[in-house]
Design a protein around this ligand. Structure first.
Ligand code: AGP
Length: 608
């Protein structure tokens, strides 16, 4: 997601825009820019990097104007560099816009506009919209914006200014938030209230489909047919910090709770229902290359390594390709065998983890093709990979990775489906999985409804000193992930193990003080996991089980049962992990830990 801001009124817009962008940096921070109407025409400044860099640039090369727009970017299409930074201009350079969202049919629109003679300067989907408005009919800027948006598929929160109509900002929203700040003789537009709060507490929240025309005299809200709409003026009661957090107490909880939306975002535009496969444009693997793959090596660290373990099950099941999953930090010390047909997958939320980057380079050096599964667009791992799958999960601010994990799982299923359908997976099976993936966001939303129950459960275990997490098959990695979440933010020692492995040592740890968390969705290994639970019970262990909704037959065996929606076995980790994320979070909060900045940790480990 990105942050957009606009100002029109008696003041110089630039300081207002910069302060607003600083407030919006939590939404994205890989590049920034502003455009203003300076009384003679349109001027803009933009560059890669944080808003402070833009502030410095404007100090060296100032622009002034009483009407302007600004943007801080979270790249989705096109690397985060000076050129791809917003604002984007039309061919004449007299119209500028900033955009938050994804234009899904940008490639088609770009091809048509290019054919009509438009010249593109960037790799972004957003620039398409600038040329589309330039190309659209209408007596006013708002009419041209409405006409252009009629051709757009996807999501947008957009602000537009043009030399032809100085002192006017046109904004529109569909799927990405935009609000108006109503000041005294001055008006603002922004992605959220944190960018306007310093100037006014009165805001108008636009609805999807709304277009608003904002000048220093006031604003009008229109629908798609340019008919005036009434929108209430609300008063903001939050303080600034609370606004950036969207009302959540911590970024980690915000990111846990937005997983239905981030899973949807990772899936967006990638499900081909009739063909029963996935569209992965950035993968850069031809059908011939897919056919030649003999083995896959996954390299990653921490949570990303756990998603790789799930990915092994998924890819072996769907594509029939043998997969090994390596700690990136260990992989690089092995004698690397040059095995033709090796595909290496580097999984990394930040795209900057030094161990994973080094492993990628070693793999490339041994002749392997490398695919990156990354959240941060344009990050080093993304740029050094031969192709990849972006998560589109938005910035993950909390140090403990949550939404990136579930989006990595989605990306791995999409990859397994794509490869499988190239290598004999039946279309009918592919179509079934596509339907199951499409239903996933709603199942994730239902799993998130467990929060209240988990928060109560956390009260009982906040004083634990150790914990065991046990799972089998595709849920063994979830046991590892649940243990990592607990230990890294609550500082309770926790270990994840294959449930069957418990008999080979860890069972000695079981006593009434050792909470044991079992992953036991109703799947092919359910009965065996229940046997392990009985072994723990027989030794006085306290059991928390995550199982499928409607499964009442464990109540006699466990101390607490958390039920998640049933799902296809390969997709169940996306659901079983959610109560574990919530449990770790609520236990850490009760222990007074700094949940978003846990001790000794960093969000991206860029040292080896
Ligand atoms: C996960 O909660 C941890 N913060 C950590 O293990 C993290 O997953 C690991 O450092 C890898 O980071 P990456 O995904 O950005 O490469």
């Amino acid at each position: 997601m990105c942050g957009i801001v606009g100002y029109v009124g008696p003041k110089n817009a630039v300081p207002v825009l910069l302060d607003g962008l600083t407030r919006l940096e939590y939404r994205g921070y890989d590049s920034a820019g502003v455009a203003v109407l300076n009384g003679h025409g349109l001027e803009h400044r933009k560059l890669a990097g944080r808003v402070q860099g833009l502030r410095d640039l404007l100090g060296r090369s100032p622009v002034r104007g009483s009407c302007g727009i600004g943007h801080t970017r979270w790249a989705t299409h096109g690397a985060p560099n000076d050129c791809n930074a917003h604002p984007h201009l039309d061919c004449t350079g007299t119209l500028a816009l900033v955009h938050n969202g994804i234009i899904e049919n940008a490639d088609l629109l770009r091809a048509r506009l290019t054919q009509e003679g438009h010249r593109f300067a960037t790799e972004t989907d957003t620039e398409t919209l600038a040329h589309l408005i330039e190309d659209s009919p209408g007596a006013t800027l708002e009419e041209r914006v409405i006409a252009a948006l009629g051709h757009v598929e996807g999501t947008y929160g957009v602000a537009v200014i043009a030399e032809t109509e100085p002192g006017k900002i046109v904004v529109a929203r569909r799927g990405s938030p935009v609000l108006l700040g109503v000041g005294d003789g001055e008006f603002l537009v922004a992605s959220d209230a944190s960018a306007v709060l310093a100037h006014t507490r009165s805001v108008v929240y636009l609805n999807d489909g709304d277009v608003a025309v904002v000048t220093s005299e006031g604003y009008r809200v229109l629908d798609r047919e340019a008919r005036e709409q009434d929108r209430a003026v609300d008063d903001i009661e939050w303080d600034l910090e609370a606004l950036a957090l969207g009302g959540y107490p911590h970024f980690m909880l915000k990111e846990i709770c937005e997983q239905a939306e981030t899973v949807r975002s990772t899936l967006r535009g990638r499900l081909l229902f009739s063909e029963g496969t996935a569209r992965l444009n950035g993968l850069n693997l031809t059908p011939a290359q897919c056919a030649r793959i003999r083995r896959i090596v996954i390299v990653a660290c921490g949570t990303s390594w756990h998603s790789g373990l799930v990915g092994r099950h998924v890819i072996e099941e769907l594509a029939g390709i043998p997969v090994s999953v390596e700690y990136a930090s260990e992989f690089r010390y092995r004698r690397l065998l040059r095995v033709p047909g090796t595909l290496t997958i580097a999984i990394s939320q930040s795209g900057e983890t030094a161990d994973t980057l080094e492993a990628l380079r070693v793999a490339k050096g041994a002749g392997s093709t490398v695919v990156g599964i990354v959240n941060v667009v344009g990050s080093t791992i993304a740029r050094e990979s031969d192709g990849g799958i972006y998560l589109h999960a938005g910035p993950e601010v909390g140090v403990a990775s949550t939404k990136a994990f579930t989006s990595q799982l989605v990306a791995l299923v999409l990859l397994g489906l794509y490869l499988g359908r190239q290598r004999g997976l039946a279309a009918e099976e592919g179509r079934r999985l596509v339907e199951q993936l499409a239903a996933l966001p709603d199942l994730v939303a239902r799993a998130l409804e467990l929060e209240g129950e988990v928060a109560q459960l956390a009260e009982r275990y906040a004083d634990a000193t150790n914990a065991l997490y046990l799972g089998r098959g595709v849920n063994f990695p979830v046991a590892l992930e649940g243990a990592l979440k607990l230990k890294e933010i609550s500082y309770i020692h926790a270990e994840g193990y294959p449930a069957a492995e418990m008999k080979h040592g860890p069972i000695a740890l079981i006593d009434a003080n050792m909470p044991v968390v079992f992953l036991a969705p109703k799947d092919a290994v359910y009965a065996k996991v229940v046997s392990n639970m009985q072994e723990v019970r027989a030794r006085g262990g306290r059991i928390i089980v995550v199982t499928s909704e409607g499964n009442g037959d464990l109540r006699h065996l466990v101390d607490h049962q958390l039920c998640v929606p049933a799902a296809a076995p390969l997709l169940s980790p996306l659901l079983t992990v959610i109560p574990l994320q919530l449990l770790a979070y609520h236990i850490a909060v009760r222990r007074g830990c700094d949940v978003d900045r846990p001790r000794n940790l960093a969000k991206s480990v860029t040292v080896e």
